[in-house]
Design a protein around this ligand. Structure first.
Ligand code: IDP
Ligand code: MG
Length: 156
């Protein structure tokens, strides 16, 4: 099972879209194992987006992400990283396909509603940045036997 770091960005919170976006992940079958409402400290946003430090949009991105509260989630599932990225859609709202979160809820390329880790390495780093010890809760979900086929001993 993978765990991925998701952020409902300031535009999602300000536009009142958090419930509808979360519903898409829950409907798909991903499990919430961490969730908090916070205003991201500037240093945390800078660390989180450090891979983009040299990009022209970096300063604006850090300003945006720290400008208003966000919801930070840890979502778990088999292939959760790829599944979440596919549900999110392409980076630019103007290009994201209908049916995806970014495709359905926004038109902006920078105010694109949501962040999701793009690799297991990034997920591990980002989860560690946003969640402290004990803030990710391992719990067994009633009904998981109908989410995954465990006939072979591993989730299918
Ligand atoms: P991702 O969020 O789909 O992984 P990244 O390339 O990692 O996309 O970029 C991080 C964030 O930076 C994007 O979600 C978006 O908010 C912003 N961003 C990326 N490229 C541009 C750009 O060309 N102009 C403005 N903002 C951008
Ligand atoms: Mg990215």
């Amino acid at each position: 099972m993978e765990t991925t770091l998701i952020i409902f960005k300031p535009d999602a919170v300000q536009r009142g879209l958090c419930g509808r976006i979360l519903a898409r992940f829950e409907d798909k079958g991903l499990q919430v194992v961490g969730m908090k409402f916070m205003q991201i400290p500037r240093a945390t946003a800078e660390t989180h987006y450090a891979p983009h430090k040299e990009r022209p949009f970096y300063a604006g991105l850090v300003n945006f992400m720290t400008s208003s509260p966000v919801v930070v989630l840890a979502l778990r599932g088999n292939n959760a990283i790829t599944i979440a990225r596919n549900l999110m859609g392409a980076t630019f709202g103007s290009k994201a396909n209908p049916g995806t979160i970014r495709g359905d809820f926004g038109v902006s390329n920078s105010f694109n509603l949501i962040h999701g880790s793009d690799s297991p390495e990034a997920a591990e780093k980002e989860l560690g940045l946003f969640f402290g010890k004990g803030e990710i809760v391992n719990w067994s979900r009633a009904g998981d036997q109908w989410i995954y086929d465990m006939g072979s001993g591993k989730p299918e």
